[in-house]
Design a protein around this ligand. Structure first.
Ligand SMILES: [Zn+2]
Ligand SMILES: [Zn+2]
Length: 287
């Protein structure tokens, strides 16, 4: 069987007119009947999800790799839209590293006036946004009863220091496995998560370009992200078939052509390297 990876947002903290913020959808099955796992909830995530014919009510769970703002800017939108657009109480599970509960609590506090307005205005809306947070460190993730079930999810520690903790997620479905790494440098936790997987979705930055930009704030980003070459080395070590780049810094065309990015990885990895615009979709089947 297969899993589908859709790059909902391939952007980064730098606003782009045509790239939404970091967000990836991992799906088992299509349409409302499928299970859909959202990894990170960057700028514009629900617009991209709408373009994919899905909405917040279709999400089986939201998984957050780390609490950097660009990866969670639109988490509030997911929470509110899920709540308002479902007509019976439908809990939203948010899985993330330790610290996620506090962030979600603060988001809900910031939404308090909106929550009161809507409950007062809609007679059939008698409950607050039903959100439950599962904080994870590593190992198997149990979703609440009735949520998911077709896909086994595991998490492992990544290395995005000083952003700590950060995690990656692995999705196993009937013999097919996809790992979403998030932002990380190569590390043992990610290697373990990728072992025997079919595909790796990895955020990347062009260190060769960023290193030449004479701005300290850009150069600071070099030490806690992987380059396309480093992501390719992680993919090769794990023996995956497919490596999918996302979170392009700097974005194309400033960051070169898609072929340039692919060529950097191909020096270290013989499998297929995928990248593209928002909504680029890759179907991963077991070997
Ligand atoms: Zn980050
Ligand atoms: Zn990032």
């Amino acid at each position: 069987m297969s899993l589908t990876v859709m790059l909902l947002g391939t952007g980064s903290p730098m606003p782009s007119p045509d790239r939404a913020g970091p967000a990836t959808l991992i799906s088992a099955g299509a349409g409302p009947e499928g299970e859909h796992y959202l990894v990170d909830a960057g700028r514009g995530v629900l617009m991209r999800l709408a373009a994919a014919g899905l909405g917040a009510p279709n999400l089986t769970a939201v998984l957050i790799t780390h609490l950097h703002s660009d990866h969670i800017t639109d988490l509030n939108d997911v929470i509110t839209t899920r709540w308002v657009m479902t007509f019976e109480e439908t809990p939203l599970t948010i899985v993330g590293p330790v610290g996620t509960q506090a962030v979600v609590d603060h988001l809900l506090a910031s939404l308090e006036p909106d929550i009161e307005y809507r409950i007062a205005h809609h007679k059939d809306l008698d409950h607050r946004p039903p959100v439950n947070v599962i904080e994870v460190t590593e190992g198997a993730i149990e979703l609440p009863d009735g949520q998911g079930g077709k896909v086994a999810i595991t998490c492992g520690q990544t290395d995005h220091k000083p952003v700590e903790p950060s995690v990656g997620f692995r999705f196993d479905h009937e013999g097919t496995a996809v790992v979403a790494a998030g932002d990380t440098v190569p590390c043992a936790g990610l290697d373990l998560l990728c072992d025997g997987a079919d595909a790796l979705v990895h955020t990347v930055i062009r260190k060769d370009i960023i290193a030449n930009i004479p701005m300290q704030r850009m150069q600071d980003t070099l030490d806690y992200h992987s380059s396309p070459e480093e992501a390719a080395q992680t993919a090769a070590k794990a023996g995956v078939d497919t490596l999918i780049y996302t979170h392009y810094v700097p974005p194309m065309p400033v960051g070169g052509t898609e072929d340039d990015w692919r060529a950097l990885g191909a020096e270290y990895f013989d499998g297929t390297i995928e990248l593209g615009n928002d909504l680029h979709t890759v179907t991963i089947s077991s070997r």
